[in-house]
Design a binder for this molecule. Structure first.
Ligand code: UD1
Ligand code: MG
Length: 465
């Protein structure tokens, strides 16, 4: 990986990006018809998304710095300032690509709906009604509504994310922002799908029945997912590359899950949902890879809260509109753990400093757990709580000679990892966390596809598990 901080692209980079862009354009121009055409087009658009994000991140870095969008890399000897909010570039490129892509999955429907019977073969494939001897094609407005609401939601969260990067909104205020952005999704879910019951696991059926109707609670659950996904990525952060890498791991695992359905020898009822998911995820992987290249250790740019919100919301969108929100949560296990573990600081039971990222030791060049100092001794109940966690190896507490707690490590997965396995170089810490996330995610998918049948009898065809 090049480490130069120059904003200009090298000759090799320019040549590679240009070739990728031209190849992508060529594929897109020749890909309208045929069953797999939208998927091929989506792949080509993702190549284009990568090439444009890569060059724009490089070109716009100095402009962002000039506009004050910069941050200090706290875990380096010379705490140099680098461009921040680069996720905004990814979000904008992503939104443009997804918008331009919309006609591709609807090509057949558009032709059928506008040909007036001229293109009979296409019409025959998509017949909905026959009236007075004429074939009338019904355009899938519900599918289009999914795309449009997804774009609207991702757009809203990106604007709110940029606002946060500009004005550094307080945590307790910005926590609920993604909920507002998710409203278009919930409306489309309500109008088009509307399933608000869950299948009850076999052992609980004597008490609850086969299906449990959750009604409005189900919307509350999806609202909570939309709040959780963006925020959970934003708080598993603070070391070079971790925000974008964890998002790439989740996206790739979701793609594996989608392929599992699409490569089924028999057409699966959830095929459309998983195609929608792929169309949303492939360009996301494209823009994220471009950002990853610049954000991995040693970072040349920071992603900003915009990226964390944008990434989390893309996952919430595919999970909710693809009807597999429970599977999605299986891929968020490390983030769920980090969120629950962070709760004492998030809810101010324990003091929460502005930054909880691991502490850089300039002497050893290694990351160590960061701590919160107790200026005045904690209340007795907190003392018991901290000491129990210390005994369970879930925290490290330092006491003075009188046995009074003077400091405790910050409640984040990254700090806990360092408590368990000792100080590490920044990139090593990131690699280990990502490896753990990948193993846990693959295990989650394995369990989902192999053991769900044992608990629920029938497969989760409509995503209602
Ligand atoms: C969240 C975390 C905070 C953590 C911060 C790091 C909570 C409640 N908040 O806050 O504890 O410190 O993310 O991103 O858990 N930075 C680095 N190296 C990196 C990434 C970021 O030094 O690899 C620093 C830079 O100074 C950068 C700043 O973190 O400017 C970004 O912090 P920001 O994203 O604004 O913090 P929050 O999301 O509010
Ligand atoms: Mg952040």
């Amino acid at each position: 990986m090049a480490t130069s901080s120059a904003s200009a692209l090298s000759f090799t980079e320019t040549l590679s990006l240009l070739s990728l862009s031209l190849a992508s354009f060529a594929v897109i121009a020749n890909t309208f018809q045929g069953d797999g055409a939208p998927l091929v087009a989506s792949l080509a658009f993702s190549g284009l998304a990568f090439a444009s994000s890569y060059s724009m991140i490089r070109w716009l870095g100095p402009t962002f710095m000039k506009a004050g969008l910069k941050g200090k890399d706290m875990s380096k000897v010379n705490k140099k300032e680098i461009p921040e909010t680069m996720g905004a570039v990814c979000a904008v490129v992503y939104l443009l690509i997804i918008t331009v892509f919309i006609p591709f999955p609807f090509y057949k429907d558009i032709v059928a709906a506008t040909s007036g019977g001229g293109n009979r073969d296409v019409v025959l494939e998509t017949i909905e009604h026959v009236q007075n001897g004429r074939f009338l094609h019904k355009f899938p407005h519900n599918k289009l509504a999914s795309y449009l609401s997804a774009i609207l939601t991702v757009q809203s969260i990106s604007i709110l994310g940029i606002g946060d990067d500009l004005f550094d909104i307080r945590w307790r205020h910005k926590f609920f922002i993604p909920g507002i952005a998710s409203i278009p999704l919930l409306i489309v879910y309500f109008v088009d799908f509307g399933v608000t019951h869950i299948v009850v696991p076999i052992p609980l059926r004597p008490y609850l029945g086969e299906l449990l109707q959750l009604g409005p609670l189900y919307y509350l659950y999806m609202f909570a997912i939309a709040i959780f996904c963006p925020n959970s990525i934003n708080i598993l952060a603070g070391i070079n590359g971790i925000e974008v890498s964890q998002s790439l791991v989740i996206a790739c695992l979701l793609v594996i899950n989608d392929c599992y359905y699409l490569l089924n020898p028999y057409p699966h009822p959830a095929t459309d949902s998983h195609l929608f998911s792929l169309y949303m995820l492939l360009p996301f992987i494209g823009v994220s890879l471009a950002l990853w290249w610049h954000n991995w250790y040693p970072s040349r740019v920071f992603v900003g809260d915009t990226y964390c919100y944008f990434a989390g919301m893309v996952f919430a969108v595919v999970g909710i509109l693809g009807h597999f929100s429970k599977t999605l949560l299986l891929l968020f296990i490390p983030q769920i753990f980090n969120f629950i573990y962070s709760a004492p600081q998030l809810f101010r039971i324990v003091e929460c400093p502005r930054h909880r990222l691991p502490r850089f030791n300039a002497r050893t060049n290694l990351m160590e757990p960061s701590v919160t100092e107790w200026v005045s001794p904690p209340k007795p109940v907190i003392v018991i709580f901290l000491k129990v966690l210390h005994q369970l190896h879930l925290l490290r507490v330092t006491t003075n000679e009188k046995g009074i707690i003077t400091e405790s490590t910050n409640f984040t997965l990254l700090n806990l990892w360092l408590v368990w396995f000792g100080p590490k170089r920044e990139d090593r810490l990131a690699i280990e966390i990502l490896a753990m996330q990948t193993v846990v995610g693959l295990f989650g998918l394995f369990v989902r596809h192999n053991f769900a049948l044992l608990l629920f009898e029938k497969d989760n065809l409509k995503g209602i598990l």
